[in-house]
Design a protein around this ligand. Sequence first.
Ligand code: HEC
Length: 169
Amino acid sequence: MKQTTRLLAGSLLLGMTLFASEASHTPAPCNGIDYPVGWRHWSVIALSHRIDNHTERVILGNDVAIEAIRHHQTNPWPDGAILAKVVWKERRLKRWHDAVVPRQFVHAEFMFKNATKYRKTHGWGWARWVSEKLQPFRGGDHVCMNCHKPVASHDWVYTEPAQFPKRVR
Ligand code: HEC
């Protein structure tokens, strides 16, 4: 019995240590928004290539966002939808120079839809984490909204989902 208790206490402690070390690696919040752990498992919506500053971007969505796209309900997007844009510097592929591919990671940024909670910021929470260290962007969310203004009538979203084959998932 004693041994079981000790074993249990031991594994509890181990669990807590693991949890603590994982928690301490989670980046600090940005604009009061928590870092969305798990975004690397989201689905691809589209990609873009900025030719002026030589960066490549992937736009991802959580499950709510992907369902909304499937049902053409993206203006407005439903509460709970999260869109991500992940940016890398580009480089030429060494073994095939006509191809450009991602090099160093620049930042990951997110739009969190909640029409009530984020009423003052057009229904979206805006947050960005910068560099491999994932440091919260300190410039403020007005920077984001200013640049997204041209697409205000599209619920502040630029991305048009890429075409995928209809029947095969
Ligand atoms: C210089 C203009 C500019 C600024 C500043 C900017 N964005 Fe964007 N954003 C864009 C453009 C243009 C796109 C479309 C995709 C692309 O071409 O990169 C985009 C796309 C996005 C997307 C994918 C959904 C969509 O609207 O297409 C997210 C998420 C996003 N931005 C979040 C942010 C956040 C958060 C900030 C502020 C920290 C921000 N953006 C600041 C121009 C900007």
